[in-house]
Every structure is written in structure tokens, then in C-alpha cells.
Design a protein around this ligand. Structure first.
Ligand code: SF4
Length: 360
């Protein structure tokens, strides 16, 4: 059945679909689209409570903090939504030297972190040799798990990074709609993204991906298919963040995604993936600075990624405008986030927070 918006709706009612979740049954795309269409009310609250229950049973009360180091804002690509895309000449570009990145990671370990996420645009300056030097340097100096978030690379480079000690790799596909993917990514292909995710898995990485909510032209059906794709890929980590319009991109003037739809996607991601690690994203907290992260933790999330990028660089890594926590020091950020975790009755994990999934 189709609504006037073209959303494919399940023949089952929301109450029936929620009962199926409670019985541990899988939902199809139509069922997921129906639940994504829920407005405020008892059914939506029930959905959130079910997601929180699954979170509790599958990943427990611990929240993992991953220290984010944005080490370069140079990028060779032109993703339509991204503030640091190649063609945005207003960005002041920076690169951190290897020693400085290692030093930042050592500081993170001193603050109690057990994971650092090394993130950058697609920057050829960091050749495979330089990345290997960086990964080895961190592994030698600190007891840290390493997540890479540096975009698409050739398979042999993924392998070299893994052999040097990288544990995890984040590579979001942003949307499962091929048509939308093609419109937003003029210099990338959906097939290559899927191939890259398969290669990372084959090499042995814990693999993370994710999508953006509220992209111009995205439909509820697209979001339902994103959820099906998370399940299909059996991801170790899934990031869900709202689209936030950047004025210096081709999408200038388009409306932002909403916190409400992001919450629904987050809850359903927990329901479909079970024990994946799911962050309460900074983009969501940017839309809802007061309670975005707390709400996310209450409806499925179990990870937060505080920004540990040295302060002089942070303001230049703006994938979207209005990003929170640009001025706070790393220890202040850590303290603030730990307080937020405790305020919802959860505990900050002292472990690495490796994947809980066993891949066949
Ligand atoms: S989203 Fe990533 S790959 Fe695309 S332009 Fe931005 S930094 Fe580059």
C-alpha cells in the first residue's frame, strides 16, 4: 500500500509491528517504513522503549568513549553535502604531522581513552608509508585500539594498515539509494563503496558504516532500505547522524534533517542490528545540544566520540556548520561527556569496546 507521499506501508499496524519486535521477529522494509512514519505518541514511545531494552540486553550499560582526532581537512573529493569538499575555497586547510598526531593519541590514553579514531578527508599526503608510520607510532606509544576513518584506499593499503595495527575502519555509505548516492557523490560510486566495505571485512577489520538522515531528496523508503542494508552488511558499528546544510556547498539552502527522524532511525538501527556499536553522534548533538546525546543513549546508542583534535584545528574541520565543542579542551570534553553518561544512569567503559559480533 502506498501513501500519497509514495511511502510503502506495511499491511500490519504499528501495534502489530511493535509486537513482532517484542517477539524477536525480523521486520521487512515496509514494516520499517511504517514505524519510521510514526508521529509523537504512545506507539513511538513504545518503539524507543523496545530499542532501549534491546540495547540493555545486547550491549549492556557501558558506554564506550572513542577519542576523535581530525588530523587533516584536505580532501580530493567533492561530496555535495560536505563543508571540507575540494571545491570549497573558503576552508583554511591544515595537516597535522605524524609526531603531533601520535602526541595527541598519547594524551588521549592519559585521559583514559582506549580507542582513538583517526579521521581525515581523502588526503594523498598521507601515503600508505606515512599511515603505517603513524599507526605503528601510536601502537608503540600507547595502549589504544585504532579506528581509521580516512575514506577509500586501494585494498593493499587497507591490508598494510591492518597489519600495522589498525583495528577498525569507518566508511559510511550515507544512503542506500543508488540514484541519491550518485547525485551526492560526483567522484565516487556506490558499488566501490560496497566493495570497499567487503574488502575491509575480508581483511579482518571491525567495520563501521552509516548514513545521513534528511538528505535532500531522501525518502522514508530510502531510510527503510538503509536499515535493511545495515542488517545485510552485519556491521560492527553504525553511525546515524542528521544532515545539516552547509552554506558553502551545492546543497546550500536545503532544509536540515530533523532530530525526530534521527531518533527513529537510531532506535530502529538498534532493533535491526542487535549488538552493533552505535554512537550518539556529534551532528545529532549539534541539532539538540541540551539533550541530543542523552536521548540517543536512552534509545539505543552506546558510544560517544568526544573531539580531541587540538583546538587550533577544530574550527577548520567543519563538515557542517554550528558544530558543538569547538572551544573546549580535551579534558573538559571528556569530563562533560562522562557526566552526561552518568546522568542517564550508565557507566563509562574502561575497556577497548571491541566488536561484540562473531563473524562467520
Ligand atoms: S565527505 Fe569525506 S570524502 Fe566527501 S568531501 Fe567530505 S571529507 Fe571528502
Amino acid at each position: 500500500m502506498f501513501t500519497e507521499r509514495g511511502v510503502w506501508l506495511s499491511m500490519s499496524t504499528p501495534v502489530e509491528l511493535l509486537a513482532r519486535i517484542e517477539r524477536g521477529e525480523d521486520l521487512d522494509a515496509a514494516g520499517l517504513a511504517t514505524l519510521l512514519s510514526l508521529e509523537e505518541g504512545a506507539d513511538l514511545e513504545r518503539l524507543f522503549a523496545l530499542a532501549d531494552g534491546i540495547r540493555k540486553r545486547s550491549v549492556g550499560e557501558e558506554v564506550h568513549l572513542r577519542g576523535l582526532i581530525e588530523f587533516s581537512n584536505h580532501c580530493r573529493k567533492n561530496c555535495a553535502y560536505c563543508g571540507i569538499r575540494l571545491d570549497n575555497r573558503k576552508v583554511r586547510r591544515y595537516r597535522m604531522e605524524i609526531g603531533e598526531i601520535v602526541g595527541t593519541a598519547v594524551t588521549a590514553a592519559g585521559l583514559g581513552y582506549r580507542t582513538v579514531v583517526l579521521q581525515s578527508g581523502e588526503d594523498a599526503y598521507y601515503t600508505a608509508d606515512r599511515m603505517v608510520e603513524l599507526i605503528r607510532g601510536i601502537k608503540k606509544s600507547a595502549d589504544l585500539a585504532i579506528t581509521l576513518s580516512i575514506g577509500e584506499r586501494p585494498k593493499d593499503e587497507y591490508r598494510r594498515f591492518f597489519e600495522a595495527g589498525a583495528d577498525r575502519y569507518l566508511l559510511r555509505f550515507e544512503t542506500s539509494s543508488r540514484a541519491l548516492y550518485a547525485r551526492l557523490h560526483p567522484d565516487s560510486s556506490y558499488d566501490l563503496r560496497m566493495l570497499s566495505l567487503a574488502r575491509l571485512r575480508e581483511i579482518g577489520y571491525q567495520v563501521g558504516s552509516g548514513v545521513m538522515i534528511g538528505l535532500p531528496g531522501q525518502t522514508i523508503d530510502d531510510l527503510a532500505m538503509d536499515l535493511m542494508q545495515f542488517k545485510e552488511l552485519d556491521l560492527d558499528m553504525v553511525g546515524i547522524g542528521p544532515y545539516i546544510c552547509h552554506p558553502d556547498t551545492p546543497l546550500a539552502g536545503s532544509p536540515d534533517g530533523t532530530a525526530g527522524m534521527t531518533f527513529k532511525m537510531l532506535a530502529l538501527t538498534r532493533i535491526v542490528t542487535g549488538d552493533a556499536h552505535i554512537p550518539a553522534t556529534t551532528a545529532l548533538a549539534t541539532l539538540r545540544p541540551d539533550d541530543g546525546r542523552e536521548r540517543a543513549l536512552r534509545l539505543g546508542a552506546n558510544v560517544i566520540m568526544p573531539n580531541l583534535t587540538p583546538q587550533q584545528y577544530r574550527q577548520h574541520y567543519l563538515l557542517y556548520p554550528g558544530k558543538i565543542c569547538l572551544q573546549e579542551s580535551s579534558d573538559r570534553c571528556t569530563e562533560c561527556v562522562s557526566g552526561r553518561v552518568q546522568s542517564v544512569g550508565r557507566v563509562v567503559s574502561r575497556g577497548y569496546g571491541h566488536s561484540l559480533k562473531l563473524h562467520g
